[in-house]
Design a protein around this ligand. Structure first.
Ligand SMILES: [Zn+2]
Length: 337
């Protein structure tokens, strides 16, 4: 399958939910070649559709085109995997235009925050910037994710650090006024590796209400890495120092999927898997200095970790359920209204 829109994958997820066999697609952040290869290996091995997402920080690090070409190499080499390429936390129309010019099939506009990516905005601002992006993106067949409510935590410089749960009734108004394909809702998760002081408190009620009120809109959970204890232990055993790191347990994410979450963002777990594998490799092989050795070990660890997520989220085996809706097909569909 060629590159698809995220709408294509998310529609398969919405359909599966209606049929009583829900799954969520993982959206995994990519910054370099080894991460992309690890993600593609996992998708291929588990026969999963996948959303590969890129933050503004990642584009800056990789000078846009290095990353674009690495990702497109992954698309080209894996024609059997339905892949959408998505901009994570776009902060204005300019960022969205750049991503679309690079060939992305999906964008997020996070109007829950002002352009600085830190200051919470108001509803009117959010509706205005999101609508503007939807118009521009849909004219080109590109899927759009908006966000309503704010998450706790900060990652890649994004986040106000203050959590504010999504109001389901307001979500309905937001979707009607903007026309987004997907909506990131705040349900109590948090960005980064230090999500919770005590036990995580996730509001399944917010998911349930949003799902009832918005049966055709994909619901997205950000800040949803699990921060596995064994990875933290491994990092610390080999010289790292991560204290009080805590994520959203897999069982909680599975419950969120059962209530109607369609897309789950995972970034921190990829970082942790790569760091643990690199530290372990270098500690066990002090004589080695070829970057391919430890980057290769990190790549293996990423593939393992993501394959486990794909199985846990029910994405494994779902590639055949995704219809080949690319930019042209979606452009025609949006034009029909
Ligand atoms: Zn996010």
């Amino acid at each position: 399958m060629p590159l698809v829109t995220s709408r294509a994958i998310l529609e398969a997820s919405l359909e599966a939910f209606r049929a009583g066999r829900p799954f969520a697609v993982g959206a995994y952040n990519v910054n370099n070649m080894e991460q992309m290869q690890g993600i593609m290996r996992a998708a291929k091995e588990t026969n999963s559709p996948v959303i590969v997402q890129v933050s503004r920080g990642a584009l800056k690090y990789a000078e846009d085109k290095y990353l674009r070409n690495i990702i497109m190499a992954g698309v080209e080499l894996n024609p059997e995997v339905p892949i959408a390429v998505h901009l994570d936390h776009g902060n204005n129309l300019e960022a969205v235009k750049r991503a679309i010019d690079l060939g992305f099939t999906s964008v997020m506009i996070d109007g829950s925050l002002l352009e600085d990516g830190k200051t919470p905005s108001d509803f009117a601002y959010n509706v205005r910037v999101t609508s503007e992006v939807v118009k521009y993106a849909h004219d080109r067949g590109v899927s759009v994710e908006g966000e309503l409510g704010t998450l706790g935590g900060i990652e890649d410089g994004v986040g106000s650090g203050k959590a504010h749960l999504t109001d389901p009734d307001q979500a309905v108004e937001f979707v009607e006024r903007t026309g987004v394909d997907a909506l990131a809702i705040s349900i109590g998760t948090s960005h980064g590796a230090f999500k919770f002081k005590g036990e995580p408190k996730i509001s399944f009620e917010v998911i349930k209400r949003c799902r009832e009120l918005l049966p055709n809109t994909a619901l997205v959970s950000h800040g949803s890495s699990s921060v596995p204890a064994e990875l933290i232990e491994e990092i610390n055993r080999y010289g790292g120092k991560l204290e009080h790191a805590k994520g959203v347990p897999i069982e909680v994410l599975q419950q969120a999927i059962a209530y109607g979450i369609n897309k789950i963002n995972v970034d921190t777990d990829i970082r942790l898997a790569a760091t643990a594998a690199t530290r372990k490799f270098l500690a066990e092989h002090p004589e080695k200095f070829d970057q391919r050795d430890y980057a290769g070990a990190a790549r293996e660890a990423i593939a393992r970790e993501i394959a486990a997520r794909m199985r846990a989220f029910g994405t494994a085996g779902r590639a055949p359920e995704v219809k080949p809706l690319g930019l042209e097909e979606m452009k025609a569909r949006y034009a029909r209204g």
